[in-house]
Ligand binder design. Structure first.
Ligand code: ZN
Length: 142
């Protein structure tokens, strides 16, 4: 079974390849993609990959983690980003389930994230305030 630390190594390697990441500390899919867009905009990234806190919770129950991704300012590039992410996971020994469809998440089926610091839910970023305005995810842009 692969761990949070193993996964972090994959994301660090992807960063070198120009793909930024968000590793769990965000509330939902909408915020993940919005934050990913902002991070790409602030950097030279070609895309981003990551997962949100609900994915972590699901993984705690199933050992299956969904990895989400997209290409910055290039919808046609999503398949390429997905392939880079899937290949990097595969190289690091993750059991990857993905058919190459850029509209589908990449699943990894051998992840134990119980070491993930999920107990500190106050650390999870929510981008959208009650009034519909967006709070800048300053903590995410490093
Ligand atoms: Zn959210």
């Amino acid at each position: 079974m692969k761990t949070y630390d193993d996964l972090h190594v994959v994301f660090e390697s992807l960063k070198i390849a120009g793909i930024m990441s968000i590793e769990g500390d965000i509330c939902c899919r909408t915020c993940l993609h919005s934050a990913g867009d902002m991070i790409c905009h602030e950097t030279e990234a070609i895309g981003f990959a990551g997962y949100h806190i609900q994915d972590v919770t699901h993984c705690h129950e199933s050992n299956i983690l969904s990895i989400r991704y997209h290409a910055h300012e290039d919808d046609d590039g999503a398949a390429t980003i997905g392939r880079m992410v899937a290949d990097m996971l595969d190289v690091h020994g993750f059991d990857v389930v993905w058919d190459g469809d850029p509209d589908k998440v990449i699943e990894v089926h051998n992840v134990d994230l119980t070491a993930f610091p999920i107990d500190d839910l106050d650390e999870v970023t929510e981008l959208f305030r009650g009034d519909g305005k967006v709070d800048p995810p300053l903590r995410l842009v490093q």
